[in-house]
Design a protein around this ligand. Structure first.
Ligand SMILES: *[C@@H]1O[C@H](CO)[C@@H](O)[C@H](O)[C@H]1NC(C)=O
Ligand SMILES: *[C@@H]1O[C@H](CO)[C@@H](O)[C@H](O)[C@H]1NC(C)=O
Ligand SMILES: *[C@@H]1O[C@H](CO)[C@@H](O)[C@H](O)[C@H]1NC(C)=O
Ligand SMILES: *[C@@H]1O[C@H](CO)[C@@H](O)[C@H](O)[C@H]1NC(C)=O
Ligand SMILES: *[C@@H]1O[C@H](CO)[C@@H](O)[C@H](O)[C@H]1NC(C)=O
Ligand SMILES: *[C@@H]1O[C@H](CO)[C@@H](O)[C@H](O)[C@H]1NC(C)=O
Ligand SMILES: *[C@@H]1O[C@H](CO)[C@@H](O)[C@H](O)[C@H]1NC(C)=O
Ligand SMILES: *[C@@H]1O[C@H](CO)[C@@H](O)[C@H](O)[C@H]1NC(C)=O
Ligand SMILES: *[C@@H]1O[C@H](CO)[C@@H](O)[C@H](O)[C@H]1NC(C)=O
Ligand SMILES: *[C@@H]1O[C@H](CO)[C@@H](O)[C@H](O)[C@H]1NC(C)=O
Length: 438
């Protein structure tokens, strides 16, 4: 422990001593780029041949001893070794190795030569470069951007037009401005990033600029006092388009500003214009959806017609009065042709029976139809009579009435007087009544 402390103290002294000594500045400084995980050799100047005592130190915030050609001083780390009695060899570079290194060479008792090397550790970017185009703020032009993050040191970027390879520009930033003459729908631009660590041909990405395409309904209708929403969908635009709504009632066309009357919302490349409280004078007419990016402008017309709302109250009143008229007419006819029915209808028990029959008629429509057929053809009717009660036995109290109805049919067919005339007439009337709405 104590020996270690003394040793590190002596190392600092070695560096300090080397620094204190009178030294000759070589005026030489080198920048060396090493690749992470690789080995690197830092030379102490460019002098070859026999050398004096050489000491390597880190020259950062404080000086740290690394290595000396005095073999009684061991290297600070086993990764460090001396090559050709003067050069510092570092194995398996890591990011912490980045910094300034100083070598001091004792020439004679009075003079020391010093040389500094700035070591940079390069890292390849982990992903591919990324390209995008954007409308440059203020200027109505396009800016191409290329980024290749994560690598070190910064890569170089070359933008070219594709196909053809006409050079747009080369830079460390990867940003190029395009003039209006360079813009045309569908044109492609390619960025090639070259990094010191490779790959040799660089890595690339491509952007394709496109003017917008529009989709919207050609016609819309709004009711006076109602609301209506016009939608405009932009597709294919690159860079994304700016979407505006205009009226073309007047020349020049007027851009619609959001207000209490006009609500404009945009989500992605889709814009909606909502018009509140539609009025025929103000709002009917052509609306223009305009989408523009630096590459192009597209417009689409939407016709809005404003209509008076239908008078629902009036319609309802008309329908109701027609219905009432119809009912009155039916009632009148019934009374005219069948006054007995209307008079008998007041009888309470009879109504109950009718109710039963009506239930039967609703649930057994087919039977009724078949029974009507049966009245014409007697042979079929006989089998009907057997079937009907079987089907209806579920409804206990109805069963009896079914027999009654069948009895009526029998009566009509065979002329038997099993039932009273009144009730038979009553039943057939009910059947007619029920048949009409079904
Ligand atoms: C680095 O140097 C060591 C020892 O000098 C050697 O074994 C190793 O292969 C070298 N590595 C590379 C990547 O050159
Ligand atoms: C060392 O570098 C200096 C300055 O660049 C140059 O003048 C000199 O010739 C070089 N010496 C050798 C041996 O390369
Ligand atoms: C580190 O390097 C700088 C620039 O070369 C020099 O001015 C400074 O004296 C050096 N510091 C040490 C401690 O060597
Ligand atoms: C080498 O280092 C040892 C220990 O620090 C020291 O005693 C010795 O004088 C040094 N030799 C030279 C030639 O500087
Ligand atoms: C060591 O010196 C020899 C001869 O000058 C040279 O060929 C060799 O490349 C040097 N080695 C390093 C690692 O600089
Ligand atoms: C190395 O020294 C140079 C000046 O010689 C300085 O600009 C640079 O920032 C230093 N690098 C580090 C990593 O400190
Ligand atoms: C030390 O070396 C330098 C350069 O090689 C030389 O100019 C100087 O005369 C030498 N001094 C002594 C005392 O030998
Ligand atoms: C029209 O929109 C306004 C505001 O959102 C709303 O208050 C009103 O009820 C809407 N009118 C109709 C007929 O939907
Ligand atoms: C409005 O647009 C329609 C449809 O494109 C066009 O027929 C009409 O002439 C335009 N009106 C004005 C005033 O530009
Ligand atoms: C709707 O518009 C009419 C005139 O166009 C106006 O009298 C009425 O106050 C408006 N209603 C609302 C709720 O804004």
């Amino acid at each position: 422990m104590a020996a270690g402390v003394r040793a590190s103290e002596s190392w600092v002294l070695v560096c300090f001593g080397a620094l204190l000594a009178r030294w000759v500045a070589t005026g030489l400084e080198a920048v060396i780029i090493g690749e992470i995980h690789e080995n690197i050799t830092l030379h102490c100047g460019n002098i070859s041949g026999p050398r004096g005592l050489v000491t390597w130190c880190r020259n950062d915030s404080e000086s740290v001893f690394l290595l000396s050609s005095n073999s009684s001083l061991p290297p600070a780390q086993s990764r460090f070794s001396l090559v050709n009695a003067s050069s510092l060899h570092i194995e398996a570079l890591n990011l912490q190795d980045e910094g300034n290194y100083t070598c001091s060479e004792v020439l004679n008792k009075t003079e020391t030569r010093r040389f500094q090397v700035w070591l940079q550790v390069a890292t390849p970017p982990p992903s591919a470069p990324q390209c995008w185009a954007e409308v440059s703020p203020g200027l109505f032009s396009l800016q191409l951007n290329c980024r290749w993050a994560g690598g070190y040191p910064e890569p170089d970027f070359l933008w070219t037009e594709e196909p053809g390879g006409v050079v747009v520009g080369t830079s460390k930033l990867g940003v190029e401005m395009l003039s209006q003459s360079q813009l045309s729908d569908g044109k492609k631009f390619k960025c090639v990033g070259s990094h010191i660590v490779g790959p040799e041909l660089g890595a690339s990405c491509v952007v394709q600029i496109r003017s917008p395409s529009l989709l919207s309904e050609p016609m819309k209708t709004c009711l006076v006092g109602g609301n209506v929403t016009l939608t405009c969908q932009v597709s294919g635009a690159y860079p994304p388009a700016k979407i505006l709504w205009l009226r073309n009632l007047t020349q020049p066309e007027v851009v619609i500003q959001p207000s209490g009357h006009h609500l404009i919302t945009q989500s992605g490349q889709s814009s909606t214009l909502t018009i509140h409280n539609c009025s025929q004078d103000l709002d009917e007419g052509y609306y223009v959806c305009r989408a523009e990016n630096a590459v192009g402008v597209r417009e689409l017309d939407v016709w809005l017609s404003v209509k008076e709302p239908l008078n629902i109250g009036g319609i309802v009143a008309t329908v109701v009065s027609l219905l009432l008229l119809g009912l009155a007419l039916i009632a009148g006819l019934l009374f005219y042709y069948n006054p007995v029915f209307c008079w008998k209808g007041k009888g309470f028990p009879e109504w109950q029976d009718m109710g039963d029959v009506m239930v039967l008629v609703d649930s057994e429509e087919e039977d009724m139809e078949e029974e009507e057929d049966a009245a014409e053809e007697e042979e079929e009717e006989a089998s009907e009579r057997e079937e009907s009660p079987v089907e209806i036995t579920k409804y206990g109290h109805i069963h009896r009435v079914t027999a009654l109805v069948n009895g009526n049919v029998d009566q009509m067919g065979n002329g038997l007087q099993a039932l009273q005339d009144d009730s038979s007439e009553q039943q057939s009337d009910i059947i007619q009544e029920e048949d009409r709405p079904v």
